[in-house]
Design a binder for this molecule. Sequence first.
Ligand SMILES: Cc1ncc(COP(=O)(O)O)c(C=O)c1O
Length: 383
Amino acid sequence: MIYLDNNATTPLDPAVAASISLELEKQHANAGSQHQAGRMARRTLESAREVIAKLFGLNCSDIHADHVVVTSGATEANNLALRGLLANKIGSCARVVISSQEHPSVDQCVEFLAAAGHSVVRVNSLSNGTIDLDHLESVVDGDTAAVSVIHANNETGIIQPLAQISEICRQAGAPLHTDAVQAVGKTEWDFQAIPVASATISAHKLHGPVGVGALLVRHGTDLYPQITGGFQQQGFRAGTESVFMAVALAKTLELCFGADAQGYRHALCALRDRFEAQITSDIPDVQVIGSDVSRVPHTSCLSFQGLDRQAIQMALDAADICCSTGSACASGSSEPSPTLISMGLSPEVIEGAVRFSFGRFNTVDEIDSACERISSVIKHLRR
Ligand SMILES: Cc1ncc(COP(=O)(O)O)c(C=O)c1O
């Protein structure tokens, strides 16, 4: 089997698995307990948090410290960011602005906010897949309670111009949240260089475990907790902290931001370019979505014109290739992708679009073999 669905989830890195079992064996006490076992757990937890903060360039000083809120994953982090920014606007009709290509964990979250009486504006995409900055500028103002723009789209890999977006939001005085799940580790990502109020990350997209992620929160962001109870995580998220999950997240990020981070990105880029070059030379009428704009190096969204995406995915599955027809969180739905619709692509192009995504454990041999199999499957389906 060749696994080319790394945007849905990635295989666990054995080094992360080892760090998890080590921490589990230690049977940490509750990091909130005041006895020495609790203090030991607290130290392990805070060291993990510090590793995460430093890797992202968060300000760790006491007075203006940014926060790492460890969550159950990116879905929770996105919900915390948006609901948390809106929480003190109950009873008023606040405006929330999002792009038209958000992951369901943002898109469906704002549907909930709309049902609660807030107004939601979705900013148009340009045909190249980037956000329409003029439209954004025209809808964001001082009354905007939150703006959310995905940094790199999970279906196309297209990178949004976050620096320009954050400047528009800064000038309007509107807090900007970004879902950076698919951008982190695949681009140079620095919390200080990109002035967002908050950003979401998830371990399982980076060869870490499913079930842990974080919301990076800039100092001074007016964010209300969405899970209430004890005063864990400086009050941003109640509930006994999971020491081993925080350690796993830190280890995942350390490996990802390690000495050879740039080499890893180049390797991914080389795999993707090799893949796209072979597919487009072997198969006629293939469109590479987003080929003329900046994309993350691990995502290739290809449209095989005249074919149905579900039929392609099933036939490739039978040929032992794992790929996807869009966001795994929307799978099961046969609805066409809102991201591709927002780019104004024709129904035929959208109908034939399939996502291939690469990871640290994919090899050149796998790419070559996958290309041969894809070529033969597509030719067979077109016959
Ligand atoms: C861009 C993006 N945001 C959010 C998520 C949700 O992540 P998690 O599974 O950690 O909740 C995903 C994963 O599907 C994603 O690709």
